[in-house]
Design a protein around this ligand. Structure first.
Ligand SMILES: [Zn+2]
Length: 428
């Protein structure tokens, strides 16, 4: 028989409503939740069950980081492809542990350097290392001169680069097949560019429609999901029309793009990854951009556009995920929960709505037979035990000391974010 556990004396955010149930209990059998609800409606008198009094702590479903780059090594945004594979692999193992320890039990990859994600996912699934459930990414797919084709031909670095530079429907299909052959779950494609990129900027579409359609068709044929970088309205339209599943950024939404998103709102997920703009604007001077530089002025404008776009999408009921390009020097691993605070401060989310984006919606986006994202009978036992109440203070999720334990698949992890002896066992 699987090991059973009962947590009691806890405040429960189940993820299926906006409220917290005070004085709740959770009964876990192996990796499955058998009960989660008011203690008054729960009786189990069996003597063979481990019982833990949580002393009034809050329990929420495990969160999903939906725009993850676990293999990014906290370096500069223009140096992502310069980390040698040996260093990237070691740091990725560390990043995965920190992500789980931060309360994120699932992650949807928006791209991996080298072929790290697939090996990472398999090592996590086999129990060799600690980390979130992962939909693994591969190297990006990007047109010549697109957002991840970072160098002119005379200045290519020695590494293989962030992206597979691939043009034309059949070449793109070949690239997708090669990602599939190597075990990838999510294909990431660069649709348009970036304000600090040397080449394409937002609105510069690297691919013709038929190329993106070929990419999505091939990926879906192989049962893979497709994620994209799409900032402009035109990029978002190409993404939606081509059938892309996860749209990253979507900063500049016009009425046509909004209508398309509404028509497809049952199947498409968006997410701003706003931590990048916020961190850039905060650190621009340090990064060598003056406060009146073109870049700072344009990113300021992009932030304003993003705020108005996301308010419109939220109003229209578009599915908005939490996740934010963490893994850069200015937005390092471990700070993922900052996203929820941004959603509250910038986009008018209530604390409960931000939590829903991170938990129930993120769990739904992961797929996994609908077994993730809420704490209900029959679901997988992924949860976070917090010393504090995120419905009252959403920033409590950013404080690693307040994350008392994380359960994934019925296993309890503690101290994962500690620098030294991360598996140190503390009392709940
Ligand atoms: Zn990204």
């Amino acid at each position: 028989m699987d090991k059973q556990k009962i947590f009691s004396n806890l405040n429960l955010f189940k993820g299926d409503s906006d409220t917290i149930c005070e004085d709740a209990s959770i009964w876990i059998d192996g990796n499955i939740i058998k009960y989660a609800g008011p203690s008054s409606e729960f009786t189990n008198t069996s003597h063979n069950i481990e019982r833990v009094d949580l002393g009034g702590k809050t329990v929420i479903p495990g969160m999903t980081e939906s725009h993850a780059h676990i293999s990014y090594t906290n370096n500069g945004p223009l140096e992502l492809d310069k980390t040698p594979i040996e260093e990237a692999m070691i740091k990725t193992v560390d990043n995965a542990r920190i992500m789980l320890g931060s309360g994120f039990t699932s992650a949807i990859s928006f791209g991996s350097v080298h072929r790290i994600d697939v090996f990472l996912r398999d090592a996590i699934n086999s129990g060799q290392i600690a980390g979130p459930r992962l939909l693994a990414g591969g190297r990006d797919i990007c047109a010549i001169g697109g957002n991840a084709d970072t160098y002119p031909d005379h200045a290519k670095p020695q590494t293989e680069g962030l992206a597979m530079i691939t043009d034309g429907p059949w070449e793109i299909r070949k690239a997708v097949r090669s990602l599939w052959k190597n075990g990838v779950d999510v294909v990431k494609v660069m649709i348009d560019g970036e304000l600090i990129s040397l080449q394409g900027r937002p609105g510069d579409l690297g691919y013709k429609d038929e190329e993106v359609e070929a990419l999505v068709d091939e990926a879906h044929r192989k049962k893979m999901k497709v994620a994209c970088h799409a900032r402009s309205a035109e990029a978002v339209k190409q993404a939606v029309r081509s059938g892309i599943d996860f749209i990253g950024h979507a900063n500049y939404i016009d009425s046509e793009a909004l209508d398309l998103l509404i028509e497809n709102k049952d199947r498409v997920y968006v997410g701003p990854a706003i931590a990048w703009e916020m961190a850039f604007l905060k650190n621009a001077e340090k990064m060598g951009y003056k406060s009146d530089s073109r870049e700072v002025i344009e990113y300021q404008k992009e932030l304003e556009e993003t705020i108005s776009s996301y308010k419109k999408m939220k109003e229209a009921g578009i599915k908005i995920l939490v996740g934010g390009d963490y893994g850069l020097d200015i937005a390092p691993h471990g700070t993922y929960a900052k996203d929820l605070e941004h959603y509250v401060n910038l986009f008018g989310f209530s604390n409960a709505e931000a939590l829903h984006s991170a938990t129930s919606l993120g769990g739904e986006a992961m797929g996994n037979d609908g077994l993730l994202g809420t704490l209900e009978e029959g679901k997988l036992a992924d949860l976070v035990i917090i010393d504090g109440n995120p419905l009252e203070d959403i920033t409590v999720l950013q404080d690693h000391k307040k994350i008392k334990a994380v359960m994934k698949d019925g296993l309890i992890y503690q101290g994962l974010t500690n620098k030294i002896n991360p598996y140190l066992n503390e009392n709940l």
